[in-house]
Design a protein around this ligand. Structure first.
Ligand code: 13P
Length: 259
């Protein structure tokens, strides 16, 4: 597979951390430490209240701004929700959708995620769709079934052309915030499965082009090995993206094997 066609993406999900000032300072430190010749894409996803400050701090850089969620409606009586056009207004070009914390804590279903994906696509945001199995599902050999169900549900009624810009993030729930990273082989195996499912849904060209990020305890000291896997096209990073020096090392990963 010609993985070199896929531009790597390193994304930082700052979850419910940082004030605007802290987020702007962190974004500025990341911007300052970036290799000016960096070829791959970097994306930061601060909390909603920090978007404007981070956008300002990133001015003049190529770092993309993302939200951590998006509403499926454009406007109206949806207290607490933020619409795609409000995100674009705040400077976002991308939106994380279906993170396992949204699925588990906020009870988001595949139907809700499908509606959010459609809304983001319609607005022109790049969706970063998260999928992944729990430990219980992995231990009862249900990983593939769970991933397939999440993918089929998320992309229902969406054409290949509409889905073209979507980035998929495979985040095994048992590896998130636990310090337990999937081994490079476990991650590669899941990514191959996801790519096969995308081939089944949208065909070979789509499957070869879609970027699949790995997420779950990605750190400065394990990113090189993970990024050496042919089907791992990037990383969605939580805790390690809150420390500028560590995240900069993740961004400037050095594959140990040729990709
Ligand atoms: P950690 O990197 O803290 O495990 O979080 C991963 C994640 O959920 C990114 O979206």
């Amino acid at each position: 597979m010609a993985s070199t066609k896929r531009i790597p993406m390193i994304a930082g999900n700052w979850k419910m951390h940082l004030t605007s000032r802290e987020a702007a300072d962190l974004a500025a430190a990341i911007k300052k430490g970036l290799d000016p010749d960096l070829k791959h894409e970097v994306l930061l996803a601060p909390g909603f209240t920090c978007l404007h400050a981070v956008k300002a701090a990133l001015a003049g850089s190529k770092v993309f701004l993302s939200s951590q969620d998006v509403a499926w409606e454009e406007k109206g009586a949806f207290t607490g929700a933020v619409s795609p056009s409000q995100l674009i207004d705040a400077g976002c070009t991308a939106a994380i959708i279906g993170h396992s914390e949204r699925r588990k804590i906020f009870l988001e279903t595949d139907e809700i995620i499908n509606k959010k994906l459609k809304a983001a696509i319609k607005a022109g945001l790049v969706p970063v769709l998260c999928i992944g199995e729990t430990l219980e599902e992995r231990e009862s050999q249900k990983t593939y079934r769970v991933l397939e169900t999440q993918l089929v549900g998320a992309f229902a009624g969406i054409s290949a052309a509409e889905a073209a810009k979507t980035v998929i993030a495979y985040e095994p729930v048992w590896a998130i915030g636990t310090g337990k990273t999937a081994t490079p082989d476990q991650a590669q195996d899941a990514h191959v499965f996801v790519r096969k499912q995308m081939e089944r849904i949208y065909g070979k060209d789509y499957a070869e082009a879609v970027r699949i990020l790995y997420g779950g305890s990605v750190k400065a000291d394990n990113v090189d090995e993970l990024m050496s896997q042919p089907d791992i096209d990037g990383a969605l990073v939580g805790g390690e993206s809150l420390k500028a020096d560590k995240f900069l090392r993740v961004i400037h990963f050095q594959p140990v094997l040729s990709r």
